[in-house]
Design a protein around this ligand. Structure first.
Ligand code: VG1
Ligand code: CO
Length: 542
């Protein structure tokens, strides 16, 4: 039976860079989740007769939240929900499933790289019929609904067991529980030269994939170990756990330090990789050679044609604004378009749908292509493996070749976490006001060439996104970008993105922090980070 329950708007239900993220106890307190799910359903024009994909990264509260979502979908008239067994679906697998099954959209339960657990973080995002994150306009409609919601609908019977593959009725709605792995693994097999990678593994090439106790474990075991024949145990931390083993499932040298130790230690394997909570990010590290995400995007754009799925070359590439310009140099050499978008995968959707970009990437370790409408961690790992198999080179050799040809965009991101919101907002506001006065001024070794606030006009639908990050360009080609995170759940996170181009062949092997010291010093003086945040150094350097 349909129950209609009166409710009231709850403050702070504004989706950020990637859906709505809050502390788990906030989501768990009725009607927080219920309000947001009903706002999604209302914001997308209802779900009557629709088919939805539902799944998540397995974090604490994933299963119970799915029960609520299924009961609400049934009461709102949805025809069918396709659910990953056990409530599990990686973000890219969900995106693929929406597309493959021509579903009307999907709900993905994840706070991605944020930690999970009863006192940690939870999240929920809606993806549209193209399989990608809700556009800005849909997100705005969902948010608007959270402000005037007065009731939600929920089926007053228990949701079926989602632990078993099969179909069950929930009132008028069909719940179809599917194997979350196979369709995705088949898609990967259709894009990459599995026989070539298998041959390399059979020849003794060793790989270590750190699933960080998150969703990609079972996917990587199926693809790397079973289908490609990587040695058993190549996948480490491969069982998803509700609190990700107590860690941050964030694939960078800080949080994936275990993998870094392995890859820089004696007897390191040939190739290392990690993925995040919901499986859309990747970290690539060769033996003694960490690859920055911006460089990874550039190398993949340069050599993707070596994989069967991209043999015809790329229509174009796209990167988020804070991502380094390394890929721009590849695009220029190939004579293809390179688009610069705001942070967040939703801005790539139109370019992918319109066939104007084939590969997209972000400095935060997200890379993907037109095979789905999300970034895709395992996809990036497999494309790297395909390139390594096709060239016979090591990761370090490929990087040295790349920098010798294109120059090196030294790059780093400095994060200041849980800064007082007022201090962070004031820092940004004051710097914004100061931008016009900066050109021509000198800060230490660097002189400002220009400074602006990034905004984006979507070349496909003409939509405008303002306020997407403050940029300072220096006369030597270096750049600093400042923006506030839209995925945090406590205080504000200030992200400072630093970049400097080096083309001198003798200067390509420095430590990035050393190579970037002038731009680090200049932006600290310009924005007053240390003085205003009271922090002498960043919390996380990637
Ligand atoms: C961060 C990253 C951004 C990414 C977003 C979602 O956003 O910087 O590049 O798209 O997370 O990624 P923000 O607003 O905190 O900088 V994920 O893996 O959470 O889906
Ligand atoms: Co993620």
């Amino acid at each position: 039976m349909i129950q209609t329950i009166p409710t009231q708007p709850i403050a702070g239900q504004k989706p950020g860079t990637s859906g709505l993220r809050k502390k788990t106890p906030v989501f768990m307190e009725t009607p927080y989740l219920e309000n947001y799910v009903q706002s999604i359903f209302d914001g997308i024009g209802g779900v009557e007769g629709k088919t939805l994909v539902v799944g998540g990264d397995g974090r604490y509260f994933n299963d119970r939240a799915i029960g609520v979502i299924l009961r609400m979908a049934a009461a709102n008239g949805a025809a069918r929900c396709i659910v990953g067994q056990g409530g599990l679906l990686s973000t890219p697998a969900a995106s693929h499933l929406i597309r493959k099954r021509s579903a009307d959209g999907g709900l993905i339960l994840s706070a991605s790289h944020n930690p999970g657990g009863p006192e940690a973080d939870f999240g929920l995002k809606y993806n549209g019929p193209n399989g990608g994150p809700a556009s800005e306009s849909v997100t705005d409609q969902i948010f608007a609904r959270t402000l005037d919601i007065s009731q939600y609908r929920i089926w007053d019977g228990a949701a079926p067991d989602i632990g078993l593959i099969g179909e069950a009725q929930l009132g008028p709605m069909l719940v179809e529980v599917i194997d979350p792995i196979t369709d995705y693994a088949d898609l990967m097999e259709s894009l990459f030269d599995f026989p070539a990678i298998r041959a390399v593994f059979a020849g003794g090439f060793r790989v270590c994939f750190d699933a960080m106790h998150a969703i990609t474990g079972p996917y990587a075991q199926e693809i790397l170990e079973k289908r490609l024949g990587a040695a058993p145990g190549a996948v480490v931390n491969g069982t998803p756990s509700p609190d990700f083993g107590g860690g941050h499932p964030d694939p960078n040298p800080i949080w994936a330090h275990e993998l870094m130790t392995t890859m820089y230690g004696p007897d390191a394997p040939d190739f290392g990789a990690a993925s995040d909570g919901d499986g859309d990010r990747n970290m690539i590290v060769g033996r003694g050679c960490y690859v920055s995400p911006s460089d990874s995007l550039a190398v993949l754009a340069d050599l993707a044609h070596l994989a069967p799925g991209y043999a015809e070359g790329l229509a174009g590439v796209a990167r988020s604004m804070p991502t380094s310009a390394a890929v721009d140099r590849v695009a220029a050499a190939k004579g293809i378009d390179c688009f610069e978008t705001p942070t967040g995968w939703k801005f790539f959707g139109n370019l992918l749908d319109a066939g104007r970009a084939t590969l997209c990437g972000e400095e935060s370790a997200g890379t993907g292509s037109n095979h789905v409408r999300e970034k895709d961690g395992l996809w990036a790992v497999l494309l790297w493996l395909n390139i390594l198999a096709a060239t016979g080179k090591s990761v370090a050799e490929l990087m040295a070749d790349h920098w010798a040809r294109y120059g090196r965009n030294y790059y780093s991101r400095h994060d200041y976490e849980e800064v007082q919101s007022d201090a962070a907002n004031a820092l940004i506001a004051d710097l914004r006001a100061e931008l016009p006065a900066l050109p021509g001024k000198t800060f230490g070794a660097l002189t400002v060439e220009s400074a602006d606030e990034f905004s984006y006009d979507d070349p496909v639908d003409g939509s405008h996104a303002a306020g997407q990050g403050l940029r300072v360009f220096f006369t030597n080609g270096a750049r600093a970008v400042l923006r506030l995170s839209g995925t945090g759940t406590a205080g504000a996170t200030l992200r400072v993105y630093l970049e400097a181009l080096e083309t001198d062949p003798d200067q390509l092997q420095h430590d990035p922090q050393t190579a970037l010291k002038d731009v680090i010093a200049a932006i600290d003086v310009i924005s007053g980070i240390a003085a205003r945040t009271g922090r002498s150094k960043p919390d996380v350097i990637t």
